[in-house]
Design a protein around this ligand. Structure first.
Ligand SMILES: Cc1cc2nc3c(=O)[nH]c(=O)nc-3n(C[C@H](O)[C@H](O)[C@H](O)COP(=O)(O)OP(=O)(O)OC[C@H]3O[C@@H](n4cnc5c(N)ncnc54)[C@H](O)[C@@H]3O)c2cc1C
Length: 432
């Protein structure tokens, strides 16, 4: 029987171990430490390292990668079951060596990097010793990369990069940047852009400011607005071939999108648990909030939406494992990407609302979750673009009819059925 919703008992035992570690040891770090990507924070590193060692001893380190890269080769389905626990905590992905955007950057370095690039940039990334940054979006264009202007020009045996990038996450903590630039403006953007590995210490990288989201205080953000001023890298710092940027970006973003979705299940479940606790705790004149039907509707709707989303994510993860090719699962990943912000937004909003003033305050995490939901609806491509991808792929499976009425027209179908079955039963008198 191929359809099975049970987890293998051995892996379930590992997941139970993860659940306890995250709850008892990692979630407290979220409340007292700074940024998980700041590897210069010695105190944080000293607290994280022993936990990372425990994860490695359990065989769960960098579970998103194949064994040739120090991961477990578990595939996306097992990773989904892991990530739906890790997504509860800010620090957990770093403790388990599978944090975005480093995980996606590691994936493209592994796919397209030379042996030297892998040794210099991939290995320390996999070891959790450094952070990295993916620098693609520009201030004037994001959703449509064909409009990008940052230029990479070959000058002797060096590439010179010029222009501005926007919302390059973790730029302030990164040891290197993966930068997308136009290298041949004469051809289509799909052939004329390339990816570069740029070490953070390269002269000319100017972080104009670090942009935050939501209510983050000015200057505390982690999304770099960057100007590349005559930034020179050796010719061998091209990642993949010249003109391959779009192919590389798709490899990276396919995985990144589904991994965000896995972690989102955890966030939505956290909001749901808080909603239910509030519902059974808070009293009104007539009883607890839980006794009110509109509260019950919020609980029921939220549970259904989370479970439907989870099944879509797990099925998509399973499909990726089956095909081992993101392109073949493009429509499914697009569907997950569209569903993701809505589920998180709706569940977090209901949980926030049931907490009243406390819900909108900075003493509960709901506002942060709602901002995260909005951000997830924009990052890695806005919802509209993914809806278009999904709809186009679905519509390809349909053919137009050349008849006056559609193929579902009941009188036409009845007439066809009568003709087909006339030799078996006498339908002349029947008028169904
Ligand atoms: C939290 C966060 C982290 C990010 N991290 C990174 C990072 O590390 N590196 C990086 O390079 N980028 C990063 N980004 C940027 C992200 O990739 C872009 O924000 C995204 O591609 C959208 O681009 P934009 O913001 O310029 O919006 P625009 O392209 O201006 O789009 C704005 C809106 O216009 C509409 N729209 C645009 N195009 C279409 C269309 N074709 N059809 C219908 N409607 C459309 C949509 O409503 C869309 O939301 C991050 C963004 C966020 C929010």
């Amino acid at each position: 029987m191929a359809w099975d919703f049970a987890t293998d008992p051995d892996y379930q035992a590992q997941l139970d171990w993860v659940d306890e570690l995250v709850r008892e040891e990692v979630e407290p770090l979220d409340l007292v430490l700074g940024n998980p990507y700041d590897k210069s924070d010695m105190q944080a590193m000293a607290m994280i390292r022993p936990l990372q060692d425990q994860v490695k001893a359990q065989g769960l380190w960098a579970a998103h990668l194949g064994p040739e890269l120090g991961g477990q080769g578990y595939g996306q389905l097992k990773l989904a079951l892991l990530n739906e626990i890790l997504g509860r905590s800010r620090f957990a992905p770093s403790v388990f060596g599978c944090q975005a955007p480093d995980s996606g950057n590691a994936e493209i370095l592994a796919h397209y990097g030379t042996e030297e690039q892998k040794a210099k940039y991939l290995q320390p990334l996999l070891d959790g010793a450094i952070s990295s940054c993916y620098s693609m979006t520009e201030p004037h264009a994001g959703a449509d990369p064909t409009l990008f202007r940052v230029r990479g020009t070959l000058d002797g045996d060096e590439w010179v990069i010029n222009g501005e990038k926007w919302f390059s996450s973790n730029a302030r903590y990164a040891s290197f940047f993966i930068v997308m630039a136009v290298t041949n403006p004469e051809v289509s953007a799909y052939q004329g852009m390339s990816m570069f590995i740029v070490p953070a210490e390269t002269p000319g990288i100017e972080i104009i400011r670090n942009v935050g989201t939501g209510n983050e205080p000015s200057g505390h953000g982690t999304h770099g607005y960057i100007r590349y001023n005559d930034v020179r890298v050796p010719a061998d710092h091209l990642l993949g071939g010249e003109g391959q940027a779009f192919v590389i970006a798709q490899t990276r973003l396919g995985g990144g999108r589904i991994h965000h979705a896995m972690r989102t299940i955890a966030m939505a479940r956290r909001a749901f648990d808080m909603m239910c606790e509030r519902a059974v705790s808070r009293q009104t004149r007539t009883g607890p909030l839980a006794s009110l039907q509109m509260t019950q509707e919020k609980v029921a709707d939220s549970w259904i939406e989370i479970e439907m989303f989870r099944l879509l994510v797990l099925r998509t993860a399973w499909l990726i494992d089956q095909h081992n090719d993101y392109k073949r699962v493009r429509k499914d990943i697009a569907a997950v990407k569209v569903a993701l912000p809505k589920v998180l937004h709706d569940v977090a909003q209901r949980a926030l609302h049931l907490h009243g003033a406390l819900g909108v305050s900075n003493e509960m995490p709901f506002v942060g979750m709602m901002v995260a939901a909005e951000a997830l609806g924009i990052a890695d491509g806005p919802t509209e673009v993914h809806k278009i991808t999904l709809a186009r792929q679905l519509l390809k499976q349909y053919q137009p009819v050349d008849t006056l009425f559609p193929s579902g027209h009941i009188p036409t179908r009845k007439a066809e059925a009568r003709e087909k079955l006339s030799h078996l039963i006498d339908l002349a008198a029947a008028d169904y």
